[in-house]
Design a protein around this ligand. Structure first.
Ligand SMILES: NC(=O)c1ccc[n+]([C@@H]2O[C@H](COP(=O)([O-])OP(=O)(O)OC[C@H]3O[C@@H](n4cnc5c(N)ncnc54)[C@H](O)[C@@H]3O)[C@@H](O)[C@H]2O)c1
Length: 268
């Protein structure tokens, strides 16, 4: 596959400053793609954002980043207006690839001796909103603005938690199950427009989001022990998959869950 097929095309990555999103931004930039990045970072994590932008630019690509809550509709529409200007200036008709890689949720249990330690309605809704429903709202807005077109491809990120239980992961599990459903629904509704929508189920990967999960040490140990490949998944495993499948010759995968986990799921 030649790099030229992607040169100058744009990717929009929600969650571009860390983990899978950052690795994918770097991998796509190496293929010549320009990157719109959406992320939510405070002062202490801004250095990592600057590193991602510097790596994209070092690859000779453009990086236009937005530090904002992806669930804020007003900010989303403002960001889309700015992206539209960039697309027009670069002569690209629409965004070629969108990735939804947001990690932002409550890790409280449903049941606790002290009810204050258990999940509440606001936390449950926020988790579902950011980690699942925002996919639908961003895609709706992109379609409305004419910013996706034939050949565009959308990736969401799921985990084993969509169908298995992990302590503290109840709300995120629900979000993953919803995200997979949203992915299928979008694949069906966008099929007639030639837009591909798929989900990646990554294996357990050592990122800041994983380290927030109570008992993540056990998840890491279990992944290393049972993964047929003998190691954990890395952000680059996912990034390289998305970069390879970004090639325009790949045009008939839609509504799928692609396992990028070295076979981890089948060993559970
Ligand atoms: N790490 C794993 O083991 C694993 C496995 C399978 C799936 N996943 C999924 O992959 C996705 C990415 O996870 P990660 O491990 O790369 O996490 P991460 O913490 O490394 O990155 C999360 C990104 O999301 C951004 N973000 C969070 N909330 C946001 C918001 N409200 N608005 C805008 N940006 C926001 C952050 O700024 C960051 O760029 C998540 O959906 C996660 O559930 C993770």
């Amino acid at each position: 596959m030649s790099n030229d097929s992607l040169k100058g095309k744009w990717a929009l990555i929600l969650g571009a400053s860390s983990g899978f999103g950052a690795a994918t931004a770097r991998a796509l930039a190496k293929k010549g793609m320009n990157i719109f990045g959406v992320h939510l970072d405070m002062k202490q994590t801004m250095p990592r954002v600057k590193e991602v932008i510097a790596d994209i630019e070092a690859a000779g690509s453009k990086a236009v980043f937005f530090n904002m809550n992806a669930s804020n509709e007003r900010k989303r529409d403002k960001a889309l207006a700015r992206m539209k200007e960039e697309l027009a200036a670069s002569g690209e008709p629409y965004i070629w690839l969108m990735m939804h890689s947001l990690a932002f949720g409550t890790l409280k249990p449903f049941i606790a001796d002290d009810p204050a330690d258990a999940i509440d309605k606001a936390a449950m809704e926020m988790t579902l909103e950011v980690m699942a429903h925002s996919l639908v709202y961003w895609v709706q807005a992109l379609v409305r603005e004419g910013m996706l077109g034939r050949g565009s491809r959308i990736w969401s990120m799921t985990s084993e938690g969509s169908h298995r239980v992990v302590p503290g992961y109840g709300a995120v599990s629900a979000a993953k199950a919803a995200l997979e459903s949203h992915t299928r629904q979008l694949a069906m509704e966008l099929g007639p427009r030639g837009i591909l929508v798929n989900c990646i189920q990554a294996g357990v990967t050592d990122t800041p989001a994983l380290r927030q999960i109570p008992g993540h040490e056990l998840l890491i140990e279990g992944s290393k022990r049972r993964n047929p490949g003998g190691r954990m998944t890395t952000p680059e495993d996912v990034a390289n998959t998305i970069a390879a499948l970004a090639d325009p010759s790949v045009s008939w995968i839609s509504g799928s869950i692609v396992f990028v986990d070295g076979g981890e799921d089948i060993t559970a």
